[in-house]
Write a protein that binds this ligand. Structure first.
Ligand code: MRU
Length: 380
């Protein structure tokens, strides 16, 4: 993806210095600011505080975070500590646990002295695979968009939710990859971008679409159904944080409502994700841990004040109880198709088995997800 016309990735590893530079997404869309992770703690903080976010990018960052951690302590205890620290940062995106399990499988058998160098190489391999897979998702998705185009005079009208774009991956994105592929191929597209309360990841999507020159319009989350009902949407494309063995999809909260509205309006609802987002150890969506985030994400509204200084505005008193589940589950029956790096398939056990015949191995050996899950009362 291009920033100011220059091809750019969302992270810059520096193996010789043993550090990782990351775009601080909490500063976007107002400022493009890079932060440096020079310790295991800083890498874990970047993921937990959502300076980096989006399932694939969380996985790549965790892999580099582990490499950074091993520079300080590559013993068995150091490796375990780094795996536990990074694994506890966010619970829903399975790419995090997938990347850590892959790093552990590669590094644990090595003598400690060989681990740091091998860790940087493995993390770089995960990054490169992410880029290649997203590019492939873009090509497979483009074929679907081309097939939809005859329905619409003028630009194809696509809707997305949250940010499953360049910023959520090392490059290209998942749900936005077909959109960038279409734009680059000269297929006219316009994107309806939902704001995605309370963290407003839609603003990140709008920012990166603007950087690449793709026509788009921001809407409030609640406007999505109206636009679909008025015939102003041709398809919905979203990403995923975890796809269960039966094809149920966990993604940013609000995805389920878009899937329901798509179904009611007879619109295709596509979920784009790489193999690292599949979790065959989760039989269905009910087994997916849903992250409950702190209530102040909801009680405070963040932006720039009239002087252009980043600030937070309190919209609810501190003691007001709020629920802040960060993800929801869209049942497989509402998903028209999954767009993966291996092609397009049904969101079902059979569809996944056709795309991933080695499925019985994918992510089955992951440790149980750690970290915060929804509290029983749904309030905090
Ligand atoms: O809480 P976030 O911003 O990390 O949630 C991100 C999403 O829900 C994305 O849609 C998902 O990770 C897919 S990213 C390619």
């Amino acid at each position: 993806m291009k920033i100011d016309g220059i091809p750019t990735r969302t992270l810059r590893p520096h193996p010789r210095e043993g550090v990782l530079d990351l775009i601080d997404q909490t500063r976007l869309p107002h400022a493009l600011h890079w932060v440096r992770a020079a310790t295991l703690g800083e890498a874990a903080h970047a993921i937990r505080a959502m300076q980096v976010r989006g399932a694939p990018l969380i996985g790549v960052t965790a892999a580099y975070g582990l490499a950074i951690g091993l520079l300080a302590d590559a013993s068995d205890a150091g490796l375990d500590h780094a795996l536990v620290t990074l694994g506890a940062t966010r619970p829903t995106a399975v790419n995090l646990h997938w990347a850590l399990a892959r790093m552990a499988a590669r590094l644990a058998p090595l003598p400690p002295g060989e681990r740091p160098a091998a860790a940087w190489v493995e993390a770089a391999a995960i990054e490169e695979e992410d880029v290649a897979q997203n590019r492939a998702i873009g090509e497979h998705g483009l074929a679907l968009l081309r097939a939809l185009k005859p329905r619409r005079k003028g630009p194809l009208q696509l809707m997305t939710h949250c940010n499953a774009g360049w910023l959520a991956t090392a490059d290209w994105g998942t749900a936005l990859a077909p959109i960038y592929a279409a734009f680059d191929a000269g297929l006219p597209v316009h994107v309806w971008v939902s704001e995605t309360r309370p963290r407003n990841q839609g603003l990140l999507t709008a920012w990166e679409l603007m950087q690449h020159g793709v026509s788009h319009t921001l809407i409030a989350d609640n406007a999505a159904g109206l636009l679909m009902g008025e015939g102003r949407v041709d398809a919905v494309l979203v990403g995923a944080d975890r796809i269960a063995a039966n094809g149920d999809v966990a993604n940013k909260v609000g995805t389920y409502l878009k899937a329901l509205a798509s179904c009611d309006n007879g619109l295709p609802f596509y979920v784009a994700a790489p193999g690292s987002t599949l979790d065959f150890a989760c039989p269905d969506g009910r087994a997916i841990p849903i992250e409950e985030r702190e209530g102040d994400e909801f009680r405070l509204v963040r932006g720039l004040d009239h002087r252009g200084t980043p600030s937070a505005l309190r919209q609810l008193p501190e003691e007001e109880a709020v629920g802040n589940p960060a993800f929801d589950v869209t049942p497989a029956r509402l998903v028209t198709a999954l767009i993966t790096e291996r092609g397009v398939g049904a969101a079902s056990a059979a569809g996944l088995a056709a795309l991933y015949p080695e499925a019985d191995r994918c992510n089955k050996d992951l440790p149980p997800s750690s970290g915060a899950v929804r509290n029983a009362g749904g309030a905090q």
